[in-house]
Write a protein that binds this ligand. Sequence first.
Ligand code: KIV
Ligand code: ZN
Length: 512
Amino acid sequence: MADKLIIFDTTLRDGEQSPGASMTRDEKLRIARQLDRLKVDVIEAGFPASSNGDFEAVQAIANAIKDSTVCGLSRANDRDISRAAEALKGAARSRIHTFIATSPLHMEKKLRMTPDQVFEQAKLAVRFARNLVADVEFSPEDGYRSDVDFLCRVLETVITEGATTINVPDTVGYAIPELYGNFIKTLRERVPNSDKAVWSVHCHNDLGMAVANSLAGVKIGGARQVECTINGLGERAGNCSLEEIVMAVKTRKDYFGLELGVDSRHILATSRMVSQTTGFVIQPNKAVVGANAFAHASGIHQDGVLKARDTYEIMRAEDVGWSNNKIVLGKLSGRNAFKQRLQELGVAMESEADINTAFARFKELADRKSDIFDEDILALVSDESIARDNEQYTFISLAQRSETGERPQATIVFTAQGKEVKSESDGNGPVDASLKAIETHVKSGAEMVLYSVNAISGSTESQGEVTIRLQNNGRVVNGVGSDPDIIVASAKAYLNALNKLRSKADRVAAQG
Ligand code: KIV
Ligand code: ZN
């Protein structure tokens, strides 16, 4: 049997814990479908006990996904575990992932429990979960900073109780590759029944080493599952990045010698979808999925690549979903060509009516912009789904006037709870005036903590993609909007963020 590395995607659970990244049920479902298309082995869909919204999201994903295993997180108590089992009932393949902290610091200061109490709770939790599902993962939270003797005792017991996967988190991103790899190796050597479980790595990126640590856990430690997120999304500096792990193991098969189930050609579409849904922009020099990942600026490199691609490229751009010919469609392209390109990009539309709406928007865009790139199509489709999900405020039109020496003025028309509203304001600049015009009517009182503009494709002719992060009453949300006019994109992003502020349910943080 081939030696396989299991890819466990936690974008929808650990990734969602990033400030402002929390997603609606429909957004999570759309991403889960895309992860299934990417053929990840396990989708950690959420933390069902944290909120009714997350319960429903996990339930919807469990009912919809047929190939990947759907996993729900739970703390090590009967209530959380029952809630996870309930949400996962409809899944073709389900897993409960239960965790409790085992480091001295977490046990004493956070849980206020003795090691013996934690030991007992871990044992009972796994026993309880195994009575509900056959596939149970156990994580000793802050495992890497735990006492090895204690950890071995806990892990041996939970394996005896039936845990099928043992995940060793570096919860705070403190590990160093060689040390983490050896840590996993030691645990596997010292836990007498270690061969009865799959060993898994879960690394945070606080020191920028999440991918390196995970790979060391695989190579040195013998782990056969990596927990990771699309674009490395996650709290603080994020989690281990799925695209980097997959492409490292695939590109260096000579070294790792491992098989993967993932279809890497869907990586880019998934990355764009996650970025546009969460408002977390991908830096241009990000490995694998950044805009520059396959761009060569220096003459020597360009010349080399033209003569023989492998002089400077170790991966084929098309293997991760970048198309060779990036200008794909224009004004004269028909519905069939549009539909086919959506399929090639791995975007599944739920109905013909959805395709028609997206196609109408594509035509509108093509009237204003001569070349439509893959990125434009992905942004447009994502905008379309945003509009469908959040109906409270919808952009209609914007007029603004700015002139050197004059204070800019903006008039915006949008719908608020189904009614058309017209609102005006001045501001320091045209964007400021437009957003103030919205705020004059909405009066959200939210504080803007981030405003960022990105060109979706390379030139001034391209669409601007704006991310706005708002904070209100302890909630943080990211809104995104795209349009060839960056002031319109800003207004759309602001309305999108307001919609999210109104619709998001509170959540319990998994590590809180
Ligand atoms: O980082 C961590 O410890 C976690 C656990 C809940 C697995 O995400
Ligand atoms: Zn984590």
